[in-house]
Write a protein that binds this ligand. Sequence first.
Ligand SMILES: [Zn+2]
Length: 377
Amino acid sequence: MKHALLLLGFLSFSQVVVAGPRIDLRELLPENNNACPTLSPIPFRAVVLNEGLSCADTTGVRNIMSKLGAWMPPRATKPRLALVLTAEDDNAYYSGYALNVPLRLKGSLGAGRSARYFPNDISRGVVAHEYGHAMLNSALASRNAEFREELALMTRLGEHMAIQQVVQLKYLREYRMLEQSFTRKYGPKSKWTAEQAREFEATVVRLSKKYEPQAQLNDKLLQEAGSKVSEHTNKHFSILSSYHEFFADLVAVLDGQDWALTGKIISILVNDRAAGLPRDFTNAGNAFENVARVESHELLGPARYALYQRLKSKRCLRPDPKLLIPAVIDAIHEQSRTAWGSSEVSTVAGRIAFNRAFVNSIFWRLDRLGAGLCRAR
Ligand SMILES: [Zn+2]
């Protein structure tokens, strides 16, 4: 449930667009990957399939995106993303360019312990959360030219990160094929003579050299793209990050129709019940006066609980996402333009005010929606 927005914290900016050599991710993709982007209902910029996966494996993710994309504000553009699908991993993330998700989400219990896989609702919640980040970016970019430019820079960074993954993926594929052909020739690796092992090593060195220029050029372009990101953009994204996490969690709980879902996900992922509480919309411990956290995922914990309370008191715990999501995006757009910097949230009073202002901005919009928000669908 991390996302790469935080990477921007280290970088700086100018408005100039990267010129000179370009690497196109789609041109780098192996054959079987290129056939995927045309599949409906969600067309991707590119689909990167890791070892052993086929286009059919993207169906689940496509269906989630298709459902959630329909919640976007009517005039907003739906996110255009690359999809990087792995067979299994212990996390998922959104880089601004690509959504990196595993087919099976597994627990990281440390070396020597057997892998533990999470049930579908947990994996699905993680994907919905990450896609939520993409939805918010896309919606904000649709209505704000300055944000659109900032996002374009971030997307460029994410693209070079995805290219890094693809180059590595192709290298690994070829490495494995080499290994197999040597095994066929000389038998199992452990039985190779010193000379056979040297022959293999020499072939591997040639293979690395083949991918080196691409990897180096991409690194250079990644750095260049990073150097275009300004202080101002950094500040903007760091202000946005707690709204981003709130929003992504909201998308996940609405999708799962379970207001405690994001808290559960964190508790399960890190194997600690208390760790999920700040992100649990139903947790009364997230009342305003308890706002202890500055971390972006947790800063708006009180706003989560206040929203849940409000909807509960109106018997509206299954609100229409097509109304609620645009209202919250609207509130975020308004609030993130107000100058809230890290100094304001460094005190308890500042954090309470930060949460309250956001909640009031949401409530004002919900009141205007009236009973329509809660009408049975
Ligand atoms: Zn997140």
